[in-house]
Design a protein around this ligand. Structure first.
Ligand code: CA
Ligand code: CA
Length: 173
């Protein structure tokens, strides 16, 4: 094989087997960390409501993904988020998380929102503004009640088995 033939053969192989949009790895969405609570009977959400989606629940674990309860929002718009939870703990950390840039985590700016760190403040309305630079697509929103004295905004943090996590599809238009 001379060098020209070799180059043509190499290009042909690249063309046939190189990465394309049909490559399966292209379509695999990065998922947020899995977080679980094995005792959700005492500290849990009873309602999450936003952008026309309302979900009334009891305490269930270890992980809840409500795939049919879609939170559909538009870039740059503000929405009321209503959260109701109950707790028997002396301390609590309740957070909402939104993967605004669709990179499979809740770690970017404005992606975590403190809902309540007060056991007497269990019925909360917060205004949530979708960043104007949010990325269109279907991602995830997450809500966590953490019971206990260790309050962390880390969306992956489990300090013990008491609490509840509710995950939802987040559609950004
Ligand atoms: Ca619940
Ligand atoms: Ca993110």
């Amino acid at each position: 094989m001379n060098s020209i033939t070799r180059n043509i053969a190499f290009l042909a192989i690249l063309f046939l087997f190189g990465c394309t949009k049909d490559d399966f790895t292209w379509n695999v969405k990065k998922l947020p960390c899995l977080i679980t609570f094995y005792n959700s009977s005492e500290d849990f959400f009873t309602q999450v409501s936003m952008a026309g989606m309302t979900n009334n629940t009891l305490g269930t674990g270890p992980n809840n993904f409500y795939k049919d309860k879609i939170i559909k929002v538009k870039k740059g718009q503000a929405y009321d988020l209503l959260v109701n939870f109950q707790t028997t703990s002396p301390a609590v950390g309740v957070y909402a998380y939104f993967d605004w840039n669709g990179d499979g985590d809740f770690l970017d700016s404005d992606e975590s929102v403190l809902i309540s760190s007060n056991i007497n403040f269990t019925n909360v309305t917060k205004s949530i503004t979708v960043p104007s630079n949010a990325v269109k697509g279907e991602y995830y929103a997450r809500f966590i009640v953490r019971a206990g004295s260790t309050i962390s905004s880390d969306p992956c943090f489990e300090n013990d088995s008491y609490g509840e996590v509710e995950d939802y599809p987040l559609v950004i238009e």
